[in-house]
Structure formats: C-alpha cells, structure tokens
Design a protein. Structure first.
Length: 276
C-alpha cells in the first residue's frame, strides 16, 4: 500500500510540477480542469447517477469551466462570487455535519448533483485565478491545506483524547480528534507567521498588508477549520454511498475527490479573503 502511494505521488508530481512552474498559467489551468472533470465523474457515481450520467456530469463541468475561461473570468475580480460561495460553504457545511450521514440521502438527487457541480466549478475557477495571480500565491494556499492536514495527523496521533473526551465527528470519521484540529490550526499559524515575513505575493503577505496581523491569523485559522469541513463532508457522502474511496483511479490514494476534498471550500474562501 505504501509503495503504491509513493509511486502514485511521484507520478502526479511529475505531471503537476512542470505545469505549475511553466511561465504561462495555461497548462496548469488545463490540467486542473481535467482533474476537476474527473472529480465530477466521481461525484456522479457517489450519488448513484450511473456511468453514463456521471460522464455527462463531467462533460457539464468541463463546459462550465471552459465557458468561464473563454469568457475571461480568470482575469476578473469576482468578490461577490467568492463571498457568496464562502457563505454557502460555511452554512451548507455546518448544516450537513449537523444532520449527519442520514441527512444526506434525504436531499433530492438533483440538488445534490447541482450543488456538487457548482462546488467543483468554483474550486476550478478559484485555483485557476490563484495561478493567474502568481505561483507563490497558489502555493501558499495549497501548502496551508497540506500543513493543516499533516499537523492534524501527528497531533491527533500524539495527543488524541488527552484533552477532549469526545471525538470530532465519530459517526462520520471516527479517527479524527479535536486535538488533531487544534494541531492543524497551530501548524497553519506558524506557517503564516514565517511566510508572511518573507514578503512576496503569498496569501499571508496579502492578508497582513490589507488587514493586519490579528485578522491574518484569524483568517488562516478559519481556512484550516474549513479544510476540515471539506474533508468531513466528503467522508459523510462516501459513508452515505457505502464507498471507501471516491474511486480507484489513484492507487493508494483513492480518487481525485479524496485528494482535493479539503481544497474545495478552502480555495474559494481564500479568494474571498483577498478580494473583499
């Protein structure tokens, strides 16, 4: 299993890194579009839409992203779009986690499919705009999610259950603890402090310049919390569908949605914070 994970990760990095660091954002945006389309296909399958229906959903996702690209949205500030998507993620995420696995199946299938399609389109638009803004800016958002996940893992392993008797979401993801969440937040706070003092065009530098230190720290803690929400929402949906992974396309890692679940809310919210 570990060997598969490592080999898949190396293969993905060999594709992603040249596209990311290419002088033009076009290759990376195109590659991100392909991955989001695969995520839409997985979304259709998780919601029992059938193979043909899932492929149709992927085609709709490509069409929505392609029209946005052709219409020049990658170079336009979209503060109201990001504010609306951020509010939707906070409210819908809280409601979904409150209702739990049983509540997901009670949502009409058409609404689930449309909601997932919109979330994936917004995630692609956010990551594409972030790449247009600069490689450092995009990397600062991606690294925030990775650091939150890594610190949460090790803090949960070392301290899970020592300070809080109750689990984070036992019916959705029994392995996650509150200590892990706090560890992830501590990690992103340290990351933001170190990176912001370098200056440059990172998310942290922009937040520091526009809003000051206190609000920058609150913002990164909020983003870390929402990355956990994205992870839990995808786990909730997989449990409702009776699936361990969103697909088996990435050996050792599951599917595309399993890799980008924490990014789905974090990317639009990061764009919201720097455009408001």
């Amino acid at each position: 299993m570990l060997k598969q994970r490592v080999m898949t990760a190396i293969f993905l990095l060999a594709i992603l890194l040249p596209a990311l660091f290419y002088k033009s954002p076009v290759p990376f945006c195109a590659l991100a579009l392909l991955m989001i389309a695969v995520g839409a296909w997985e979304w259709g399958r998780l919601n029992a839409f059938g193979q043909v229906g899932a492929l149709g959903l992927a085609a709709l996702c490509v069409l929505a992203c392609g029209l946005s690209w052709y219409g020049g949205l990658l170079n336009r500030p979209l503060p109201m779009v990001w504010a609306a998507s951020g509010a939707a993620w906070v409210l819908a995420g809280a409601w979904l986690l409150r209702t739990g696995v049983a509540g997901w199946s009670r949502i009409p299938k058409a609404l689930r499919l449309c909601g997932g399609l919109v979330a994936l389109w917004l995630a692609w638009l956010a990551i594409a705009q972030a790449r247009v803004m600069g490689i450092e800016f995009l990397l600062s958002v991606l690294v925030l999610v990775w650091v939150a996940d890594i610190f949460a893992y090790f803090a949960g392993r070392a301290l899970g259950g020592r300070f809080s008797e109750c689990k984070l979401a036992p019916s959705i993801s029994p392995g996650k603890s509150w200590e892990g969440v706090w560890g992830g937040m501590a990690g992103v706070v340290a990351l933001s402090l170190v990176w912001s003092f370098w200056g440059g065009n990172s998310l942290y530098s922009q937040l520091l310049q526009r809003h000051g230190m206190a609000l920058m720290l609150l913002a990164v803690i909020f983003l870390a919390a929402m990355s956990v929400v994205g992870d839990l929402v995808e786990s909730l949906i997989k449990r409702s569908a009776g699936a361990k992974d969103s697909s088996g396309l990435l050996p050792g890692h599951g599917g595309v949605l399993d890799r980008v679940d924490a990014l789905l809310p974090t990317l639009p919210l990061a764009m919201m914070l720097v455009t408001l």
